[in-house]
Design a protein around this ligand. Sequence first.
Ligand code: PMP
Ligand code: GLN
Length: 394
Amino acid sequence: MCSVDADVTKTSPVSVTSKLPDVGVSIFAVMTRLANEHGAINLSQGFPDFDCDPALVDAVAVAMRQGHNQYAPMPGVLPLREAIASKVHTCYGATYDPQTEVQIVSGATAGLYATLTAFVHPGDEVILFEPCYDSYVPVIRLSGGTPVFVSLRYPEYRVDWDEVRRAITPRTKAILVNTPHNPTGTMWTADDITALTALVDGSDILLIGDEVYEHIVFDGRRHESLLRYPALRERACVISSFGKTFHTTGWKVGYCVAPQPILAEVQRVHQFMTFTVHTPSQWAFAEFAARDPLAEKLAPFYQQKRDLFLDLIEGSRFRPLACEGTYFQLLDYSAIARDHSDTDMAMRLIIEHGVASIPCSAFLYKDTGGPVLRFCFAKKEETLRAAAERLRQV
Ligand code: PMP
Ligand code: GLN
């Protein structure tokens, strides 16, 4: 795992026994800091460098002026929960009660934290597909659980269902599914869903769906949400984020949907994490999530950015891997420096060429990974052009 320890500049009489002794500062914060220090174009941390719809900002201001400035109800403001229930019904044919089966959270990070904390007891195992998003493992460990890794192997990154079968034990509490997948950009297929359904049938395994990139899918692919499938959604908590869908990663608003007995446990924890989420933003999203104009336009919007980035780096020595969804593109650098670790290569790119990326080893625990770096293409055309020009020189 690639991380950099926080600076320790002061002493304290308090004896500190870390609960996460192996965990450093998140790779996303580290790479953005390095990009700023070196004046590099930042394609590392996943966030748009363009603004959200000004009408959304206006809607927050209106909500504030209308006096929506105090605590929201703990599950979230009802019109937003209703808009989410309506959206998941339209998109996935799933019926959830907005009163008891939808919880607004402070970003998907908080949804994941609440869900894992609610369900993982000491000694429980959680199956993860690695490379995996950086928050999963620390949260499982904080609850005394054990992450069990199934490798998605370079360069295809498909699920090996025999490996999943072997990973399941009587201690398996949950399987965490992230599709579309960060960092590889792969998406689960209907065959993956069939295999998962057969494996969990008859068990009491919880499924946790990290579906934050649900609307960022390319080339006509269908997002295989756990919510589409009755046999899966009855045992699933699915988490998404408005940060990705509405270009508002800094607002930190997302949601969990789950059958009432599951969501009630998530809510037990969530009420003591943040109690509630920023009220005016919820009113604004209620208006937008109901109309949902962006979600439909989001896939073509990002597909055009992916294609532009791929066109622009043509002629470089980087080789793109298939990107089916998300706003991340993996580039294989083996024609440039086969012997470099991805961390060394990412550092070289920042320092010598002025482009920041993410080394995929930051998402790995067991596997050694491939010679690939992750580039975020949620950027203005001029940013992508400038970055690609530099990448073509490498
Ligand atoms: N899961 C994945 C796969 C992500 O890429 C991200 C981050 N962007 C999150 C969860 C966290 O989302 P949020 O910013 O809404 O907390
Ligand atoms: N999810 C974003 C990424 O993968 C970053 C989120 C964060 O900075 N914690 O780059």
